[in-house]
Design a protein around this ligand. Structure first.
Ligand code: COA
Length: 169
């Protein structure tokens, strides 16, 4: 009897990740329940001016996910759709925190679909505990010596303290 071998499902979770927060981490963990492999794809080409270099963002994310099976971290340059196809995937994963995210996410998803009709974007809801955080708000609080230890993975907390030059409270 001939059985069809199921295809491996690879999902690409792209972002600037400047830096990766517990909100991103929770989304990555939930994505591993759906995809065999989740690639956390860190963009070199972003509209933002990141605090951390691409290499720093990659290494902080890699350190933060090292104990989650099925997750890999990579940096990429150029168009996201090109990178997704090169990775052997057809799926972009994005998180939605609130209705306010929807318009921007809709725009990104439609532009990516225009660029390549084979690629689908799927949205996962962010866990309610992390609805209010973003990388920007975490950096802002940390830059003013505020404690964001509970909002980011330990390597990111250490990196933020080094970047802003303060000791742990
Ligand atoms: N928990 C907490 N925060 C979350 C979150 C979650 N689950 N999901 C998103 N966020 C926050 C992020 O922290 C980030 O906050 P910030 O704006 O304060 O930095 C924000 O929501 C969204 O950022 P992020 O997820 O990093 O994505 P992005 O919008 O910065 O990334 C790219 C955009 C990288 C996907 C896009 O620029 C891209 O594809 N670049 C490659 C070039 C390209 O193809 N361009 C054309 C795109 S159509």
């Amino acid at each position: 009897m001939c059985r069809t071998v199921p295809k491996k499902r690879v999902g690409v979770y792209p972002g600037t990740f400047d830096p990766l927060t517990n909100g991103h981490l929770s989304l990555i963990m939930r994505a591993t329940a759906i995809f065999d492999t989740v690639i956390v794809a860190i963009a070199a080409d972003t509209t933002k001016s990141p605090l951390f270099t691409l290499e720093e963002r990659i290494s902080l994310a890699a350190e933060s996910v090292k104990n989650i099976p099925g997750v890999v971290v990579e940096g990429f340059e150029g168009l996201l759709v090109d990178y997704v196809l090169k990775s052997g995937s057809h799926t972009i994963i994005r998180g939605l925190r609130a209705v306010s995210d929807f318009e921007y996410e809709f725009q990104l998803a439609l532009m990516n679909r225009k660029l390549d009709r084979e690629i689908q974007t799927v949205f996962l809801m962010t866990d309610y505990q992390w609805l209010y955080i973003s990388s920007t708000i975490v950096k802002n609080v940390a830059s003013l010596n505020g404690n964001v230890k509970d909002l980011v993975p330990p390597p990111v907390w250490t990196a933020l303290r080094h970047k802003y030059g303060f000791d742990e409270k």
